[in-house]
Design a protein around this ligand. Structure first.
Ligand code: ADP
Ligand code: SF4
Ligand code: MG
Length: 326
């Protein structure tokens, strides 16, 4: 049985792109950039949610908002029923313990001067949790991620990409979270090592009942591991639904283009490649109408004028397109 763990509604996160004075001087009326716009999702315990989109889509910003590292402008984030937006740091901290984070770059996100032992103990210091036997706990966590005690004294630069990622998993697991946000967990790793990390994550999920929010620019990464999927473009979810349904029959042209970029194992199923050539538009000048129209092979006149809202194709499957694919 699963229960609702995370519930995000109409979330908006924005960055200031210039100071007030410069905005006044240059006549810019809106000095903000919306990195996350009107995003809603629900995640149940022990489930995996895949969040996919090209670089700059707002994935990291969204993940960081959930652990309180990016300020939310509006909307709501509820974790285990508790509203997290607007909480002062002191009230936020206990919730953050239950959300582990695997940061984007496995090696760069580990302090170079700390040994693996210290890196794994660090979350306990940050959260002022006293351990009776730190070495035993560190050893236990290392064991969970498949590394032996010989790694205790190593420094991050002495680790391979896969080992550094495992240490990142151990750190995320330290405080026994219920949710782990994994930002590009396989980026920069060889394909075989990618598989090892995904298998390890799946194994830990089974064992510990974890939920994951997996962020990736690489759609195949979440194919076999996610229950639900959101495709993100310029800060918005353009398609959202069960992973199975979306991989079988994508409804948004952007999703289809991402999928068509994946080599098909069966040559008969190989479709004509839809190009998503062209630059991702800048957040500073979002296209009018449908924001994907500048790259969409199916764009029609209406698309250039009218922005599509999110419509539900079937329960739990929604798409932001005037002409969803069948
Ligand atoms: N701290 C920041 N200040 C200003 N703009 C930012 C900041 N962080 C990210 N951005 C901008 O927000 C957008 C989304 O970034 P990000 O969340 O990192 O996307 P992704 O993880 O999908 O690549 C990008 O246009 C990026 O340049
Ligand atoms: S609304 Fe039009 S431009 Fe946008 S994705 Fe759909 S078909 Fe393409
Ligand atoms: Mg990112």
């Amino acid at each position: 049985m699963s229960d609702r763990l995370l519930e995000i509604e109409h979330l908006r996160v924005r960055y200031r792109r210039m100071g007030l004075v410069r905005a006044l001087l240059t006549g810019v009326r809106d000095p903000w950039l919306d990195a996350v716009l009107d995003v809603s999702l629900t995640l149940d315990s022990s489930q995996t949610y895949g969040l996919v989109g090209e670089s700059g889509a707002g994935k990291t910003t969204l993940g960081r908002a959930v652990i309180g590292l990016s300020d939310t402008h509006s909307g709501s984030i509820r974790f285990q029923g508790q509203e997290l937006t607007g909480l002062p740091e002191s009230a936020y901290k206990p919730h953050r313990r239950e959300i582990g984070m695997m940061f984007q770059d496995p090696v760069a996100s580990l302090s170079p001067r700390l040994t693996v032992r210290s890196l794994i103990i660090e979350p306990f210091h940050i959260h002022e949790v006293k351990l009776d036997d730190p070495d035993a706990r560190a050893g236990e966590l290392l064991g969970l991620v498949g590394l032996g005690p010989e790694f205790f004294g190593r420094y991050p630069h002495e680790l391979s990409g896969g080992q550094a990622r495992r240490v990142g998993v151990a750190r995320a697991l330290a405080l026994e979270p219920r949710l782990i946000i994994a930002d590009e967990p396989t980026a920069g790793l060889d394909v075989s090592v990618q598989g090892e990390i995904l298998n390890l994550m799946a194994e830990l999920q089974e064992r510990l009942g974890l939920a994951y929010l997996i962020i990736t620019h690489n759609l195949p990464v979440v194919r076999h591991v996610s229950d639900r999927l959101a495709i993100m473009y310029l800060g918005r979810f353009v398609e959202q639904g069960s992973s199975e349904r979306i991989f079988a029959r994508p409804a948004h042209p952007y999703t289809k283009a991402l999928l068509d970029g994946i080599p098909q194992p069966d040559p008969d199923r190989r479709r004509t490649t839809v190009s998503i050539e062209g630059e991702v538009p800048s957040l500073e000048s979002r296209p009018q109408g449908c924001e994907f129209h500048t790259r969409c092979p199916y764009a029609q006149a209406r698309c250039r004028e009218e922005a599509p809202g999110a419509s539900e194709l079937e329960p739990g499957h929604s798409v932001r397109c005037h002409f969803p694919l069948g």
